[in-house]
Write a protein that binds this ligand. Structure first.
Ligand code: HEC
Ligand code: HEC
Ligand code: HEC
Length: 115
């Protein structure tokens, strides 16, 4: 094979795959996740932004593991109650920040859930 062609192939492969790996490695998990929200509709969630703001993974992951669809699985096997993560993590924190007059996440149904 022509060495120039080989070099171009390697460089373009790196250009395509490096940013993807970098985003994943830097944030520890996906940047954005559509959390399963049952009948109410999915909950689009900026994972990376929360990681940056909160620093501590255990704020959320002490209740569910760092795995795809972890919350839905735990609810299905009865380990955690439906809406527990929503009420005791998401909404609780957003309301506390709102009361404190700080930047906060959504606190109403239709600003979190989308069909
Ligand atoms: C504000 C809450 C919150 C914080 C803080 C948080 N995560 Fe997550 N993480 C989630 C949610 C919600 C999911 C999705 C769970 C689901 O789909 O059931 C998730 C999923 C994940 C996944 C699996 C993603 C997938 O689908 O493959 C990984 C890996 C992960 N988190 C790593 C981390 C790491 C590392 C940190 C700390 C740097 C962190 N998370 C901090 C809420 C959080
Ligand atoms: C801050 C975002 C947020 C807000 C605000 C919110 N939800 Fe949720 N909701 C979630 C998340 C995340 C889940 C999935 C995790 C869980 O079940 O705890 C969920 C799950 C649910 C489920 C599915 C439970 C199941 O598994 O069967 C229902 C129903 C629901 N929400 C209704 C509501 C209603 C009604 C409101 C308004 C009063 C509301 N939610 C407000 C984030 C939110
Ligand atoms: C310990 C605090 C804390 C917890 C727990 C938390 N959030 Fe947030 N969230 C924030 C803060 C702070 C902001 C506002 C960030 C900003 O505007 O800079 C935010 C913003 C948001 C937003 C709007 C912008 C964005 O980042 O997408 C959504 C949607 C959201 N949160 C969903 C959730 C869901 C769903 C959960 C539960 C799985 C959750 N949050 C758990 C603190 C929290």
């Amino acid at each position: 094979m022509n060495s120039r062609f080989l070099l171009i192939s390697i460089v373009s492969t790196l250009l395509i795959f490096l940013p993807i790996t970098a985003i994943h490695a830097a944030s520890g998990g996906p940047h954005q996740i559509d959390i399963f929200g049952g009948k109410q509709g999915k909950v689009p969630f900026l994972h990376a932004k929360h990681q940056e703001n909160l620093k501590d993974c255990t704020i959320c992951h002490s209740v569910f593991p760092q795995e795809t669809d972890a919350i839905r699985k735990l609810k299905a096997e009865g380990t955690i109650k439906p809406k527990k993560v929503m009420n005791l993590q998401c909404i609780k924190c957003h309301k506390q920040d709102k009361r404190a007059g700080k930047p906060h996440g959504p606190v109403t149904c239709a600003t979190c859930h989308f069909k």
